[in-house]
Design a protein around this ligand. Structure first.
Ligand code: ASP
Ligand code: MG
Length: 431
């Protein structure tokens, strides 16, 4: 078992372009003309070493945010189709400019929109999923040029409508292109030099990881580590593509995201079952008290929340005392949806009985590691570290590769440091 046993794996096609290297450059790496030139130089160097290169780009700097802000000036709730039409222009600017910068140096290069590059998606504007990538246009182009550049984050649906893949979605474009062309690796150039044991802005002793398992990275990405779009990791796991996350400002190795049987063994051997710790203070807790303890109540409450588009994360239900016919439950929701959640639940409780309230003074601290489920004592170490700084644990959830606790937000950063220390994560340094 390599920690990804439950994942459906699809066969990656044989390499379609010999010596192909796949790069992805994030918005910061393309923030201005000077940076675009630097990226062009790096790509040129790769071509000079005899490679063909498929490059996916994000929009320059914060231009996607700016486009959205402009849209909101024109309409408070912009139509999703039109918003996609607008947002997709960001990547078209950077892909064309980067292509020109390469051509300026005599590199044979051609740019593509998502549609031109064969990226077929479903029709969900704003968070479309890639259904299929036709490799033909890129393979044909690479017979004539050395570099193909693809506008990230966008595709086309079966009806010919332009779609976008959700914020941060260029990572997913890059991995999908790698998979379609049969590449084993996708290098993601970004503004950090890799994946860390925890947020280095909060914990200076955080260490860069040399490698991390897909499952661990999926958990961290889902917990809000913004280094990779969660769907890109899911895609990479499915097609067994290594993602090398690295800095576009240096030539040092970053962090390799891959399937690592070795990581698990090492974790067991070195008594370091935890790979990373994440803190999320973007959730609020909804408390539902005094609802009837009869079948169907939870189904109605969570059904209504789902129908209202409120996604629920952690859920706990109290254990009622003997003869107690009332139940309590708590769950967490994204903080900006807490008001919606209360509004959805309140009318139900008017009928069922019970009260609802929201509390946004909470934070979720999670430890992640593929060996967590198979290593005794990990939960105890976590809870002791949290107790050591006087924080009360209000909720707990676990999966095979993660344990999360909800604690008071005021103590969150202190708890993060304590847990990072308790699992000796500062020691991974360097590598
Ligand atoms: N430009 C898009 C965004 O800002 C996609 C990306 O950067 O990956 O979300
Ligand atoms: Mg990104």
């Amino acid at each position: 078992m390599d920690g990804v046993g439950h994942a459906p794996t699809e066969r990656r096609p044989e390499p379609l372009v010999p010596g192909l290297v796949v790069h992805k450059y994030g918005g910061t790496s393309l923030g201005d003309v000077e940076r675009i030139r630097k990226v062009a130089t790096r790509i040129q160097r790769t071509v000079d070493r005899g490679h063909k290169v498929a490059v996916t780009v994000s929009a320059m700097g914060h231009s996607t945010d700016q486009l959205i802000a402009t849209a909101r000036e024109v309409h408070a709730r912009p139509d999703r189709r039109e918003l996609d039409m607008l947002m997709a222009t960001g990547e078209q600017v950077s892909v064309a400019l980067l292509c020109m910068a390469l051509q300026h140096h005599g590199v044979r290069a051609r740019s593509f929109t998502g549609a031109q590059a064969g990226l077929l998606t479903d029709g969900v504007f704003g968070s479309a999923r890639i259904l299929q990538v036709d490799p033909t246009p890129l393979v044909r182009a690479l017979e004539q040029v050395d570099v193909v550049l693809i506008a990230g984050f966008q595709g086309v649906d079966a009806a010919g409508e332009l779609t976008t893949l959700g914020r941060g979605g260029s990572d997913t474009t890059a991995v999908a292109i790698a998979a379609a062309l049969g590449a084993e690796e996708c290098e993601v150039f970004t503004d950090t030099d890799g994946v860390y044991t925890t947020d280095p802005h909060l914990i200076p002793s955080a260490a860069k990881l040399a490698c991390i398992d897909y499952d661990e990275m999926l958990e961290l990405a889902a917990l809000g580590a913004e280094v990779l779009h969660p769907r890109s990791v899911w895609y990479a796991r499915r097609y067994r593509i290594r993602i090398h996350v690295r800095s576009s400002f240096s030539f040092q190795d970053g962090t390799v995201v891959t399937a690592l049987p070795r990581a698990q063994e090492t974790a067991m051997k070195t008594d370091r079952p935890v790979t990373g710790v994440a803190l999320d203070d973007q959730h609020a807790r909804i408390n539902v008290l005094g609802v009837p303890d009869v079948p169907g109540v939870a189904g109605r409450i969570f059904g209504a929340l789902g129908a209202a588009g409120v996604n629920v994360d952690m859920i706990i239900q109290g254990v009622p005392g003997a003869g107690d016919s009332r139940q309590q439950m708590s769950f967490t929701v994204p903080r900006d949806l807490a008001g919606d959640a209360v509004e959805v639940v309140r009318p139900l409780l008017a009928e069922l009985g019970g009260e609802v309230s929201a509390d946004d003074g909470i934070a979720k601290l999670s430890i992640v590691g593929v060996a967590i489920g198979s290593t005794p004592g990990v939960a105890g170490r976590l809870f002791a570290a949290v107790a050591g700084i006087g924080a009360n644990i209000e909720m707990i959830t676990t999966s095979e590769v993660r344990i999360s606790v909800v604690i008071p937000k005021l103590l969150a950063e202190q708890a993060l440091q304590a847990v990072h220390d308790a699992f000796d994560l500062g020691r991974v340094a360097g590598e």
